[in-house]
Design a binder for this molecule. Structure first.
Ligand SMILES: [Zn+2]
Length: 146
């Protein structure tokens, strides 16, 4: 990964995910989250899924997902985090955070919502931004936002 140095403990991360029952979008259950959960398998490019696998992250168990709102073409922008046991450093300076202009981007951060059973120490997160259509079959987006 360009510019990133990531140290991680895959076994510890796998062990953590075994303690997590389901992703935050499933726990929340609001329409915006259910729209995300419905499309998890399409939300991430193959390279990103490969990265999650290498880190020991269960791609169905995001720490949190949130809706950024409409971005045109009937798409909505979603962001979120997957935590893992490890640490990271960035080898060159760049504006912090994901790039919001591309359909998908990711980075690493130590700033993420630490609710649930996240270990207190030595945990950081992969942060992602992605774009998804509205696919919930029986609910309109307007109703979801009321
Ligand atoms: Zn929700």
């Amino acid at each position: 990964m360009d510019g990133w140095t990531v140290r991680h403990d895959r076994a510890a991360t796998v062990a953590y995910y075994q303690t997590v029952a389901q992703g935050d979008a499933d726990v929340c259950g609001c329409p915006l989250c259910r729209n995300f959960a419905l499309q998890r398998s399409a939300a991430f490019p193959a390279e990103f899924l490969g990265l999650l696998e290498r880190l020991g992250i269960d791609a169905n168990k995001e720490q949190e997902a949130f809706d950024w709102g409409p971005v045109g073409d009937g798409l909505r922008q979603y962001g979120g985090w997957f935590c893992f046991v490890g640490d990271f450093a960035k080898s060159y300076a760049e504006p912090a955070g994901p790039h919001f202009t591309s359909p998908f981007s990711f980075g690493f951060t130590d700033s993420f919502p630490r609710h649930g059973g996240v270990p207190r120490k030595d945990v950081v997160a992969v942060e992602f931004i992605t774009q998804l259509p509205w696919l919930l079959p029986d609910e309109s987006l307007d109703a979801a936002l009321r």
